[in-house]
Design a binder for this molecule. Structure first.
Ligand code: GRF
Length: 195
């Protein structure tokens, strides 16, 4: 059985869909949900779904990313994950951390990469006058939001959209895309999924 650990920072709506998808004939199962914030409401949702959780507060470490990651690694390595999924995880990870999981670490980003890496993706798409937006699941590499694309889903940008309205439309597609990509990835498939 392929073991999946999921990192979150907040509500964990993508994590919930991933956990819900790993049932029956799915080749993977969730073994941990970890957060950089003990207040992340996604932790309660994971616990209610029977998934072990861990919280490592990043704030005491300040700019010491390596120190924070050394603590974060403990519960992760303890469950021996085969795949690491970042799902609404809002901390930038060091290249050293990423290298540990090279080729088996996924992230979902709320834009059609390579457009709009980084933050405020929906506002940027609206301000650019884009008529389309969406989300991307990619392999995580040391360069932020830059790894091989494993899947994308597109939505229209409607006239007058606010960033929140566009974010809500994209989030619906995130919840479809991430489970679809994770299943194929767990099955050893690497050709990208386009929804
Ligand atoms: C989502 O827009 C996701 O794309 C981004 O974080 C937001 C919240 O995700 N990375 P979740 O509800 O915590 O999964």
């Amino acid at each position: 059985m392929i073991r999946v650990a999921i990192l979150i920072s907040g509500g964990g709506s993508n994590m919930v869909r991933l956990v819900e998808s790993m049932v029956d004939d799915h080749p993977a199962r969730p073994v941990l949900v970890a957060s950089n914030d003990a207040r992340a409401t996604g932790l309660d949702k994971a616990a209610r779904m029977g998934v072990p959780t861990a919280a490592i507060d990043h704030r005491p470490y300040g700019k010491d990313r390596t120190g924070f990651e050394a603590e974060l690694l403990k519960p992760i390595l303890a469950v021996k994950p085969d795949i690491l999924c970042l799902a609404g995880f809002m901390r930038v990870l060091t290249p050293e951390f990423v290298e540990r999981f090279a080729g088996r670490m996924l992230n979902i980003h709320p834009s059609l990469l390579p457009k709009y890496p980084g933050l405020h993706t929906h506002r940027r798409a609206i301000e650019a006058g884009d008529t389309e937006a969406g989300c991307t699941v990619h392999e995580v590499t040391p360069v932020l939001d830059d790894g091989p694309i494993l899947g994308q889903a597109r939505v229209p940008v409607e006239p007058g959209d606010t960033p929140d309205e566009l974010a809500a439309r994209v989030l619906v597609q995130e919840h479809r895309l991430y489970p679809a990509v994770l299943r194929r990835f767990a099955e050893g498939k690497r050709e990208p999924v386009f929804l």
